[in-house]
Design a protein around this ligand. Sequence first.
Ligand SMILES: [Zn+2]
Length: 262
Amino acid sequence: MIADYARGDVELPADTVWALESHLETCAPCRGRLAAAVPTEAPGIAALVDSVRAGLEPQLAAAVRAPARRRRPRWVTAWLTPVMAPWLAMTAAVTLVALLLDGAAPSATLGSPSPVLLVAPVLPLCGVAAAWSRGLDPAHELTASTARAGLPLLLRRTAAVLGVVLPGLLVEGWLTGAMTAAQWLLPSLAFTSAALALGTVVGVTRAAAGLAAVWGVAVVAPAWFTQRVPVVLETSLLPLWGLVLALGAGAVIARRNVYSAL
Ligand SMILES: [Zn+2]
C-alpha cells in the first residue's frame, strides 16, 4: 500500500488513503518505509524534491530565523483551536453578566425568570459556532484537509466547549438557586445537537447563530416583557427537549459523512 501511495496511485480508494495517512502520523517505522519507497517507486518526485532542496538550501542558510513561538501543550491543540479562546471567554463573560443582572434585580414579582436561565440554553452555541467555522479560523483549509477532519474533530471541539460552558452554568445555577440544572441543561444539549445537525445543511456557524436568534426573538424577548418563566422552560416540557436532543443526535449520526466535505 505504501508503494502505491508513493507512486500517487489514483486507483487507491479515498478512505484507504485517509487511513494510511492517519497511520503514518503515528508510526515511525512506516514513515521510514515511505521514505525508502519514494526513490524506487517515484524517481521523478525524488528528483524534484532533491532539486528543490538544492535550490532552497543556500537561501535558507541566509534567511533570518523566525522568532521562537510559544508552544502549546499537545492536549490543548488536540481539543481547541486558538480562535475558540476569545469565544469561550465571551461566553464566560455573558454568564457572568447574566449572574450580575440576576443579583442586581432580584425577582420582585414571583416567577420572574432569572437572566441566567434565559441565556443558558443557547450559550454553548457561541462556542459551537466558533468550533467549526470557515470565517473565523484562518487555518480551516489545513484542518479540513487532514485525515482526522470531519465529525470526530467537530465533536471533540464541541465537547471542549461544553466542558467550559456547562460547569460555569452549573455554579451560577446553584448560586441563583432559582432553577434546577435539568431545566436548562437538557435545552442546552438539545440546542447543541440541533446546531450540529442543521450544520450539515447551512453550516455549523450559521445554524448556531440562527438558533440563538430564534431563541432570543421567540423566548427571551417575550419573557422579558411578561416577566414569566417561558413555557418552553417549564419542567413539564423536559421530555420534549429530550426528544429534540435524540432527534438531533440521530441526524448527526445519519449524516456523519457530510462533515468532512469542505
Ligand atoms: Zn505502521
